[in-house]
Design a protein around this ligand. Structure first.
Ligand SMILES: [Cu+2]
Length: 474
């Protein structure tokens, strides 16, 4: 049925993909040739060469699916299949996705477009696609059993509807979705406005990515699908820091970032150095009266948040999930907190038995970023990445917004690290230190709201320590 699979390489090969949007008459009679992406690179925006014009988005570590026009209908071909996704250099995961990658390619259309999507199932079980957030005929909504039979392995189904309202949507299976979404089956959908829209400003750069999470044991390749909370890989478009590309912009660019959450927990996404407005949700553009400046926005499960800001501060600005466990990679669970624990006696005894014994984490976990502990063959260090000033104690959902005055319009290439003007970097103080102001507790207990009924018989002092049974619930 599939004549041949178009293989995509780097950015150069992407032109070939765009060319595939206009195919020969012979191919027009058949199923559109599926376009397959082999790399996890951030592809340049796919400027439309057919159909109504629009300003394309940039999918972080992803790409936009080319289409073909067939009698005024935009035709796309998605192939649900097992894929190998490089989550960060040196770490490959065996996932399920679409057209060679997980997440699948971004689909971009224009408000009012009639869209026909061919979905071929190359998995070993039924699948379907639900077009999250869209207005469409009920029979096109993709819930297996409710709106359609599941697509059997080896079969191709066709979805067809008009993209009725502009906005940012997601697509994912509604068939064995606990397994299929845990394995990485999801993608983004952008419906651009057909004309100037009072609530949708034109921007210079428009980035999109999905929040997703996996539970892959160190040394293993395949996610554990039964996991509900204890994920160990928190990713953006199935990439983890330092594998997530920076968001490169030109100073004073109007920037939009659209973030969709298909994990099983919320993610407060935080941007340094700028304030943004939440200009859109899955429901569409937000009314102007609801907009307020924020530096963090919580993206709840099954939600999309669109943020707009003016990138007017030069530098390398951190951009990350504010849940600290989500900016760490493949940590084994059951790691007890060792901060403040004095191991000297124990370590001495163990060293006589195991000469290379080393205690981890007694001064905090950042030690681990510099230690380069031996790791199983296929895993990512807990926190990796090296910045201009040393190890960045981060992993997972973390990237960098790079704002540069000399970045060319439309240039997304990495400009390297920011060169700080002299005198603008925090520095070591070398003078003499006066006593810092410090609150000195009285020997007697603090007054409190009212005196206690009885004095405690013994004073108790506690240290913060997480239970050794794991860190579930993050
Ligand atoms: Cu998070």
């Amino acid at each position: 049925m599939l004549s041949r699979r178009k293989m995509l390489g780097g950015a150069g090969a992407f032109t070939a993909a765009a060319a595939a949007a206009s195919v020969s008459k012979v191919a027009m009679a058949a199923l559109p040739e599926p376009v397959i992406q082999t790399k996890p690179d951030t592809m340049p925006p796919l400027v439309p060469n057919t159909g109504r014009p629009y300003s394309p988005v940039v999918t972080l570590n992803g790409w936009t699916l080319p289409w073909r026009m067939n009698n005024g209908v935009k035709e796309f071909h998605l192939v649900a299949e097992p894929v190998v996704r490089e989550m960060t250099p040196g770490f490959k995961a065996h996932l399920w996705g679409y057209n060679g990658q997980s997440p699948g390619p971004t689909i971009e259309v224009v408000e009012g477009d009639r869209v026909r999507l061919f979905v071929t199932n190359k998995l070993g079980e039924l699948t379907s696609i639900h077009w999250h957030g869209q207005r469409l005929p009920n029979g096109m909504d993709g819930v297996t059993g409710l709106n359609q039979p599941g697509i059997p392995p080896g079969k191709t189904y066709v979805y067809e509807f008009v993209a009725r309202r502009p906005g940012t949507f997601m697509y994912h299976p509604h068939a064995d979705e606990m397994v299929q979404m845990a394995m990485g089956m999801m993608g983004f959908w952008i419906t651009h406005p057909k004309a100037k829209h009072p609530l949708i400003d034109e921007v210079d750069r428009d980035f999109v990515f999905l929040l997703n999470a996996y539970d892959i044991d160190p040394g293993a390749y395949t996610p554990k699908i039964m996991t509900m909370l204890d994920f160990n890989l928190w990713s953006w478009n199935s990439r983890i820091f330092p594998g997530i590309d920076p968001l490169v912009v030109r100073k004073n660019d109007k920037v939009r970032i659209r973030i969709g959450n298909l994990t099983m927990t919320n993610h407060p996404i935080h941007l340094h150095g700028h304030e943004f407005l939440i200009t859109g949700t899955d429901g569409g553009p937000t009314p102007k009266s609801t907009r307020m400046y924020e530096v963090t926005t919580d993206v709840a499960v099954g939600q999309m948040r669109q943020i707009d800001f003016l990138a007017d501060e030069e530098g390398d600005w951190a951009f990350h999930c504010h849940k600290s466990h989500h900016t760490m990679n493949a940590m084994g669970h059951n790691v007890p907190t060792m901060i403040g624990v004095d191991h000297r006696g124990v370590a001495k005894q163990i060293t006589s038995l195991i000469p290379d014994y080393m205690v981890m984490g007694e001064r905090g976990m950042k030690d681990m970023t510099e230690m380069e502990m031996p790791l199983p063959d296929n895993t990512a260090a807990m926190m990796t990445g090296t910045g201009p000033f040393g190890a960045v104690g981060m992993g997972g959902m973390f990237s960098v917004l790079k704002v540069r005055a000399d970045q060319k319009p439309g240039d997304y290439s990495d400009p390297g690290w920011y060169k700080h003007p002299p005198g603008t970097v925090a520095y070591e103080f070398t003078g003499s230190l006066p006593d810092p102001a410090r609150f000195k507790a009285d020997a007697s207990p603090g007054p409190g709201a009212m005196p206690p009924m009885a004095k405690p018989s013994k004073e108790i002092e506690v240290r913060v320590r997480k239970p050794a049974s794991g860190h579930s619930g993050h």
